[in-house]
Design a protein around this ligand. Structure first.
Ligand code: GUN
Length: 297
């Protein structure tokens, strides 16, 4: 039995962060200032706190300016919108990221809609999702863009391939489908209500699993030779040793016998998200400074 390749997202992300670091040096030499990323965290959700801390560290490691704003969960929507407006007006800030989810009393769409689209390094503003959907230059959400980079690195030209995206979130599923469509794939978006998901997935040359359910996509669903990108990060308790561990949305061990290549969890898509965030911040800094897009990114 042949075993598929494990795609090393960690190594790919390291290389990308290195290229961003080189771009930051060149940008700073040209403009006399560093690119700046502002990250806003509301409340103390443990997972969000870990992400925000890592983003801050990686931003500094790439040679950029990092600004962190930690606000209490009790903050009012108006106050948060005021902060976003201040960051929009601050010339040192090239990228603004408001960590999601926000507390229930704050309207996420209003907050995202207040971010200057040119500084929207998450690519969540409707201007950016609209630009992406109409095939124009846009800020693209980090996780799906990272997935696309891994797919192109593995497969080269994606034209004409059948792609099935499992999951329809605004953060991953929908922008992923748009990116694959722009690469001339035949795209299906499946989700939790899809009938006979197994046979839909079985059509795919490319499977992107982003449903948030532990090991939901079974190995036998995968068409032989397909490439699988697993976006899931699910904490489960091992029934044998009682320890908790992180698994993806795909039953990886089973899938390995069917795939051409697959991303592992952890170490696949996860490390790509922050690397692409830094890339988007550098790209935003160039656009704001009237410079051409950095090459090779
Ligand atoms: N929460 C989970 N993923 C993300 C992301 O990519 N960006 C933001 N802002 N919040 C998130």
């Amino acid at each position: 039995m042949t075993i598929g390749k494990i795609i090393d997202g960690k190594a790919f992300a390291e290389t990308l962060r290195g290229k961003v670091g080189d771009g930051v040096i060149a940008f700073t030499a040209k403009t006399g200032r560093k690119p700046g990323l502002a990250v806003v965290l509301v409340g103390e959700d443990p997972a969000s706190s870990v992400y925000v801390r890592n983003k801050g560290k990686m931003t500094l490691a790439a040679g950029m300016e990092s600004m962190e704003f930690k606000l209490p969960a009790s903050i009012g929507e108006e106050e948060l919108l005021d902060l976003v407006e201040e960051l929009n007006a601050d010339d040192r800030v090239d990228g603004i990221l408001v960590q999601l989810p926000l507390p229930a009393h704050i309207n996420e769409a209003s907050v995202i809609g207040t971010i200057d689209p040119a500084k929207d390094v998450d690519g969540f503003h409707v201007v950016n999702s609209g630009l992406l959907a109409t095939g124009q230059d846009a800020m693209v959400p980090c996780t799906p863009l990272g997935c696309l980079m891994l797919l192109k690195d593995e497969l080269g030209d994606l034209s004409g391939l059948e792609a099935v995206v499992v999951g329809r979130s605004n953060i991953v599923g929908k922008p992923m489908a748009q990116l694959l469509l722009a690469e001339n794939c035949t795209v299906t978006i499946a989700h939790s209500r899809t009938r006979d998901l197994a046979s839909v997935v079985h059509r795919a040359d490319i499977v992107v699993a982003a449903v948030g359910r532990a090991e939901m996509v079974k190995g036998e669903w995968i068409k032989p030779g397909a490439t699988v990108i697993d976006v899931g990060i699910n904490r489960v308790t091992d029934t044998e040793d009682g320890k908790s561990r992180i698994v993806g949305d795909v039953a990886t061990a089973e899938a390995l016998a069917h795939v051409r290549a697959i991303t592992p969890v952890p170490g696949g898509v996860g490390p790509m998200t922050i690397a692409v965030l830094l890339r988007n911040t550098l790209v935003a800094a160039h656009a704001r400074a009237g410079l051409a897009k950095p090459e090779g990114l």
